[in-house]
Design a protein around this ligand. Structure first.
Ligand code: 5GP
Length: 168
């Protein structure tokens, strides 16, 4: 459809506190928050403060071939986090949205056999997601405008933008 879910920065701040409250009430105390860049970095930062967790790691996942077309499967970019060191750790994967769920499935499967426990927290989950996250702030099937990606990248004033990347 053409409907949009518009999330503002202030609303995002409240959302991430509510998401953290759900996690705390569930009794899950993560040792490590693993953020999925780039959108998950905002979520991970908010959750890390709200849950008083000082151990944030990051994984970069891309879902495109380089000319604006998407791959069938997302790919993890180097450097990948050294999850072998996480064998006794409870991990919380943080991302902005589980849409197809392919990105979260990749990261979750990557951790699953090497960490003590892994759960996922997202601001949004769509109904067709193949991963059902343990912690979800809101469910929608609309396209979401996130405050960090709704505007195009900034370029030097008076110069033409490089490339053809559109804002998401
Ligand atoms: P996946 O389909 O693997 O679950 O989602 C991959 C990534 O695509 C998400 O982390 C997010 O960056 C982007 N994405 C998916 N759905 C949306 C959406 O509705 N709005 C925006 N802005 N990005 C999305």
């Amino acid at each position: 459809g053409t409907a949009r879910e518009n999330l503002g920065y202030e609303q995002f701040g409240n959302a991430v506190r509510e998401l953290a409250q759900t996690i705390a009430d569930d009794g899950y105390v993560p040792d490590i928050i693993l953020s999925v860049a780039r959108g998950g970095v905002f979520v991970a930062g908010g959750l890390a403060y709200a849950l008083d967790c000082k151990n944030i790691h990051l994984v970069n996942v891309e879902f495109y071939t380089g000319v604006g077309t998407t791959l069938d499967m997302p790919v993890m970019l180097a450097p990948v986090p050294d999850v072998v060191d996480f064998s006794d750790k409870k991990v919380l994967i943080a991302d902005d949205v589980a849409d197809t769920g392919k990105t979260l499935k990749l990261v979750r499967d990557f951790c699953l056999d090497t960490v003590a426990e892994v759960r996922s927290a997202v601001v949004y989950e769509k109904s067709h997601s193949l991963v059902k996250c343990e912690y979800v702030w809101k469910r929608t099937d609309d396209w979401i405008n996130f405050p960090w990606s709704v505007l195009p990248p900034i370029h030097k004033s008076g110069e033409a933008p490089k490339g053809n990347k559109e804002a998401l």
